[in-house]
Design a protein around this ligand. Structure first.
Ligand code: RP5
Length: 213
């Protein structure tokens, strides 16, 4: 990221914080990550499904990429790279404008042993809730190790999909439509286990194991 892009983003965030947009037109969830190398773990296309997959495929959210032109979908998220160490000014601008810009919850992911973005974002954005995602196993202690009085909730390493569900649970306290989507998602999971269990039992292990080969 060039210096001018950092400054442009900081200016945009502060300018947006002065706007008085209707809640339905601003992103509900903010997603930040320390590097674009975190993208597959945080969003989609990695070893597991990520937050993008949960929001878009399971919960009917859309990604908002323009303050002026929100998507048709009522519930939205936005996505940025804000490195705690390489762009502390951008991380600060993001976290300190988050509530004024209409966000209800932030998901923050970082990797490495000094995964400071989730906890610093939580401290600056307080009292907005922040859900931390350790991008790697070695990042877990760094993400969850907050002192008493400085709260952060976190998911297990790489589980950004669950972070999206947790963010939706927070929104669901106020929005029945999100609650209904969460319940429908869980019912699909339940039905899937039932289908697999019956298939395994009725075919027997060898046939079940070979069924798609
Ligand atoms: C962390 O350092 C990032 O969150 C990323 O997981 C890790 C490595 O970043 P890059 O060197 O790939 O940009 O801050």
């Amino acid at each position: 990221m060039t210096a001018s892009a950092v400054e442009d983003l900081i200016d945009r965030l502060h300018e947006e914080a002065t706007q008085d947009r209707p809640t339905a037109e601003t992103p509900d969830v903010g997603i930040v990550m320390g590097s674009d190398s975190d993208l597959e773990t945080m969003m989609t296309g990695g070893k597991r499904r990520g937050a993008y997959d949960a929001f878009v495929e399971e919960l009917g959210f859309a990604e908002q990429t323009d303050f002026e032109s929100p998507p048709d979908e009522r519930f939205t998220f936005e996505t940025y790279v804000t490195s705690a160490h390489r762009t502390p000014d951008l991380m600060t601008a993001y976290a300190e404008t988050a509530e004024e810009r209409g966000l209800e919850v932030i998901i923050a992911g970082a990797g490495g042993k000094s995964a400071d973005l989730p906890n610093m974002t939580a401290s600056i954005a307080y009292p907005l809730p922040v859900i931390g995602v350790p991008v790697q196993e070695k990042s877990v202690d760094s993400v969850i190790g907050m002192p008493t009085g400085a709260p952060l909730v976190a998911v297990d390493a790489g589980k950004s999909f669950n972070a999206a569900l947790s963010a939706a649970q927070i929104l669901a306290r106020q929005h029945d439509a999100v609650r209904d989507r969460l319940v429908a998602y869980h019912e699909d999971l339940r039905a899937g286990v039932g289908d697999v269990s019956r298939d395994l039992h009725d075919r027997g292990t060898p046939a079940f194991r070979d069924r798609e080969e």
